[in-house]
Design a protein around this ligand. Structure first.
Ligand code: DQA
Length: 146
């Protein structure tokens, strides 16, 4: 079985560190990728990270993960609340899927309360800030454990 975990970051997450730090914290995306990579190493897993502000590029990354990686951890940013195309791409992936958010969308504006990704995810980790990246990889490792 593959030991690769694809970590996907959606629109505007490249701005973490300076983007609404009161909501998303001051750590950068590179910091979060480092957390995920260090956690993965403990479990003999390898992180492959891809960030895009473009829905189609994220869909192509999900398609490219089929039959190649063991799990996808995805923070789709605002596409969480609207992208049925990402929903469908994830539905065609047969491994573990973790939906990840720094903030707790359910505690925010009403338009963030719906996730079209959640129904095709194995589970969701929300609201724990940067620690969510560690928790998401721990969850993947537990799911992949024999
Ligand atoms: C987010 C939550 C989304 O509602 C928002 O659009 C983001 C970030 C989070 O990590 O908390 O871009 O996915």
């Amino acid at each position: 079985m593959s030991s690769v975990v694809l970590l996907l970051s959606g629109p505007n997450l490249n701005l973490l560190g300076t983007r609404e730090p009161d909501v998303y914290g001051t750590e950068t995306l590179d910091d979060h990728v480092a957390t995920a990579t260090a956690t993965a190493a403990v479990h003999d897993l390898e992180i492959e990270h891809f960030q895009s502000n473009h829905e189609g590029e994220l869909i192509e990354a999900i398609q490219g993960a089929r039959d190649r990686v063991a799990a996808i951890v995805i923070n789709p940013g605002a596409l969480t609340h609207s992208s049925w195309a990402i929903h469908d791409a994830l539905a065609a992936f047969s491994g573990v899927i973790v939906e990840l958010h720094l903030s707790n969308p359910k505690a925010r504006e009403s338009w963030r309360h719906v996730s079209v990704v959640a129904p095709v995810a194995t589970g969701s980790i929300v609201g724990f800030g940067g620690d969510g990246y560690r928790l998401a990889i721990e969850a993947v490792a537990a799911q992949l454990a024999p």
